[in-house]
Design a protein around this ligand. Structure first.
Ligand code: AHM
Ligand code: MG
Length: 286
């Protein structure tokens, strides 16, 4: 596949996700309860997680040029032809459904077979189900914010760049569980920036892209590998933020350079303005 063909398949995947947004959003009502099953990462699944996964998977696996598909809600990769590989987090932050707070959908389109390195991403995007539904995409190094109207993407800001002067931060995990090095970094940041934490990766990173700053879900004492998943969450969000001029890190290197071993592998995640991630790396060693 040529670069142009790859980017056109990635665009088709993002169009399919946008097209599904009105129904996914509509389907959240009445699907806020857990269904008694766990996904591959051991999270309790909500009816909405299972429903959104099926709805999006049906559309994405039909696209010509998509060869592999997997989602956070599925154990194994689906073989659906030949071509690019798609990893999907159908409803990111779905525990926020209970309190009716922000949630998102994250999609990653890789050139390589899964599990793939972030460097093989052809494109990535997230949908934010906020007061309005928006999609922020990164394809070919260009970050664009769209409003989703009747299932169509309408660009509202092209060439988005993370503001040079950072304003906000959000750190996940309970503070007694942070390692001392991260706690020291957090202490510095808390005295410089304003706290904005909502419990959904998509909502929290979207604020970092809009205002400048840093979002971390670091290694915890009970979870040295972190909470968030490399294929579905770490790589696509890192790709978008790096395309917008920011940085990402697992504590040592860009998330995009982490070698994946397993589909549902977790990773400590730090994303934001370059200077703030450089400082993080100088304090935290994995
Ligand atoms: P999910 O995809 O299963 O919803 O989990 C990911 C979410 C992220 O959106 C968020 O950053 C994190 O989990 C919050 O975790 P916690 O509720 O442990 O603070
Ligand atoms: Mg998620």
């Amino acid at each position: 596949m040529s670069t142009i063909q790859r980017e056109s398949v990635a665009d088709e995947v993002l169009d399919a996700v946008a097209e599904a947004v009105p129904r996914v959003r509509e389907g959240l009502r009445g699907r806020r309860e857990t269904v008694g099953s766990e996904n591959a990462s051991g999270d309790d699944q909500k009816a909405a997680d299972v429903w959104a996964d099926k709805h999006l998977a049906d559309r994405i696996t039909e696209i010509e040029g998509v060869g592999e598909f997997v989602s956070e809600e599925r154990d194994a990769v689906v073989d659906c032809g030949s071509g690019l590989s798609v990893a999907l987090d159908p409803l990111d932050g779905s525990s926020n459904l209970e309190s009716n707070n922000l949630m998102g959908t994250i999609v990653a389109v890789y050139e390589d077979d899964l599990p793939a390195r972030g460097r093989s991403l052809v494109g990535a995007a997230y949908v934010l189900y906020g007061p309005i539904a928006t999609m922020v995409s990164a394809v070919d190094g260009t970050v664009t914010e769209h409003e989703i109207v009747d299932g169509e993407r309408r660009p509202i800001e092209r060439d988005m760049a993370i503001p040079a002067d950072p304003t906000v931060y959000g750190f996940g995990g309970r503070t007694p569980e942070w390692n001392p090095e991260f706690a020291e970094y957090a202490g510095e940041i808390e005295s410089e920036l304003k706290l904005r934490y909502g419990g959904s990766l998509v909502g929290d990173v979207n604020q970092v892209i809009g205002y400048g700053g840093v979002f971390c879900y670091p290694a915890l004492q009970s979870r040295p590998e972190g909470k968030l998943r490399l294929q579905f969450e770490g790589n696509p969000m890192a790709y978008i933020v790096e395309s917008a001029g920011g940085r990402s890190s697992d504590g040592e290197r860009s998330l995009l350079d982490v070698d994946p071993e397993r589909i549902h592998q977790r990773v400590p995640l730090h994303i934001g303005n370059e200077e703030l991630i450089d400082r993080l790396e100088s304090k935290v060693e994995r």
